[in-house]
Design a protein around this ligand. Structure first.
Ligand code: G6P
Ligand code: MG
Length: 217
């Protein structure tokens, strides 16, 4: 059977963490809260709302709902100024090669991202058309580690969860894939992503044999 390969976006296809860092740091500092790279790591895979909640908790701040909404918009406006400068060179190594390999092997290809900016980013780096299905932050009600985002992708492709393979860089994303009953592949650090079925530092480590093994399983 045809398998479905579901890709997370941020940290898997492109390294947007550096832009999230700049935008969250500016926002946090503007309300008198420190923001470090260590904290930024903890926001990987975490939705925009949850991210701001965490920052406020770290800074021991409480604000009104209206102010919360205003700060979220400020952060995203700033983030979008960085996204605007992105181009194909920002696609992480061998991601395009992997997408093309899977496409040539006639496999389903989907995006499963928490980001509400996912389509725009895929357009910016010119790979939007490589995805048969896109499920992003606009389509879900429950954030990773809830499996919703990946289950919607599987449903739209008419593929059973056990025939889906998820590429993820965040612990919450690996947990979401596992909870969905899918094969989870961590992209990043082996120790951090130890709940994944397989872990690779990046796509340059993933061979055609490995992908064929998944396809023919
Ligand atoms: C991804 C990123 C998170 C980000 C989230 C929402 O999961 O790893 O850092 O907060 O998407 O992204 P958005 O673009 O909608 O703010
Ligand atoms: Mg990610």
């Amino acid at each position: 059977t045809k398998k479905a390969f579901i890709f997370d976006l941020d940290g898997v296809i492109v390294d947007t963490a550096k832009y999230h860092f700049l935008a969250w740091k500016k926002l946090a500092n503007s309300i008198g809260v420190d923001f470090t790279h260590t904290q930024n790591e903890q926001l990987k895979g975490v939705s925009r709302v949850k991210s701001l909640e965490k920052i406020l908790a770290w800074g021991d701040k409480s604000i009104s709902d209206a102010e919360f909404t205003r700060l979220m918009a400020l952060k995203n406006d700033d983030y979008l100024t960085y996204i605007d400068t992105m181009d194909v060179q920002e696609i992480l190594p061998d991601v395009t090669k992997t997408l093309d390999f899977l496409s040539n092997a006639k496999q389903h290809i989907a995006l499963g991202s928490a980001s509400k900016n996912a389509r725009m980013i895929l357009e910016k780096v010119h790979i939007l058309e490589k995805f048969h299905v896109i499920v992003d932050g606009n389509d879900v009600t429950k954030a990773k580690p809830d499996p919703e985002v990946f289950l919607i992708a599987a449903q739209q492709l008419h593929v059973a969860p056990k025939d889906c393979i998820v590429f993820e860089d965040a612990v919450a994303g690996i947990q979401a894939a596992n909870a969905a009953g899918m094969t989870s592949i961590g992209i990043g650090d082996k120790n951090t992503l130890n709940e994944a079925d397989f872990v690779f530092t990046d796509f340059t480590e993933i061979s055609a044999e490995f992908l064929n093994g998944l396809i023919n399983r």
